[in-house]
Design a protein around this ligand. Sequence first.
Ligand code: PLP
Length: 376
Amino acid sequence: MTPIQMVDLKGQYQKIKNQIDSSIQEVLNAAAFINGPEVKNFQKELEEYLNVKHVIPCANGTDALQIAMMGLGLQQGDEVITVDFTFAATVEVIALLKLTPVLVDVEADTFNMDIEALKKAITPKTKAIVPVHLFGQCANMEAVLEVAKEHNLYVIEDTAQAIGADYTFADKTTKKAGTIGNVGTTSFFPSKNLGCYGDGGAIFTNDDALAHTLRGIVNHGMYKRYYHDVIGVNSRLDSIQATVLRAKLPHLDAYCDARRKAAQYYNNAFATSDKIITPITSNYTTHVFHQYTLRLIGVDRDALHKHLLDSGIPNAIYYPVPLHSQKAYADDRYKEDDFKVTNALVTSVISLPMHTELDEEQLQFITNTILNFVNK
Ligand SMILES: *Cc1c(COP(=O)(O)O)cnc(C)c1O
């Protein structure tokens, strides 16, 4: 059996090596490393794929969130609601901009924002909601949009884990994750579903005026060289990353299918166990399985984690600590009772190897090892 990887970037590269190598060589030959034509080409191709008017490439997914919040003109003291159960980048940039992060609990079965918790958290100072499409499926966007409309709030979708997922509205129309709210952000970190070979990110919007502001912010607030109209940052996607992303974008849907196929294998294998809850996909979204995350009942999660590592099966705990319990984001306003679901998830979740290159022999070994452990 080929050794199992949590994410198999080498195996994926081998299949498109010729194209990637020659496109990188072309960038080297052209020596247009920043804001070269490859970045523009990628931007256009991603706009088409997402069916969105504007893609603004930037340096990483964390910057994308920060720049989106700057572009919306959020001010010190404005409250921004996001989830307790996510990667810290989301709350980090809120705090960094001196906005006030307000964390809310998630739903146990989707791991995404709990809409009742969202409603409860709204105050006159609330200005924006940041739903995170965690692990690869969309949050309940129709409900989020309804709350946002009622209270006149911006919606910033953190799509770092769900690029390519489709959201279906009650009227059966569909939109790509990240193109539903006022603005969406994503990351092209190598292990994300559409990953480059370094850092990269992008912001999406259908709002022309916002897109113009964002394009200035990513480049020092300049529209004309050395004329700074707004306070900006330096956050650019480079041409080598753009050319890698151009080579991979046409494969994104097939990559999502490969992940779904692996997820289906896991689901079928674990269906026999009442100690394992497999991830559900809500009826309003497709799932692109950035992570395949189980919930365990009556199983020593940390012992399983170690047993799998000892058996050559990489696995990870996303996430081991709720954000409200992190030193950096502690706040007297938080009550443990408000985070019952997240507090339970951090001790019961485990994420399994999930990527485009998993084969049946590996999947069989992983599922058998887990079933033998939980049934012993
Ligand atoms: C990866 C990730 C980010 C940050 O992306 P970077 O490119 O690493 O800065 C933000 N939010 C979520 C949910 C992520 O998973």
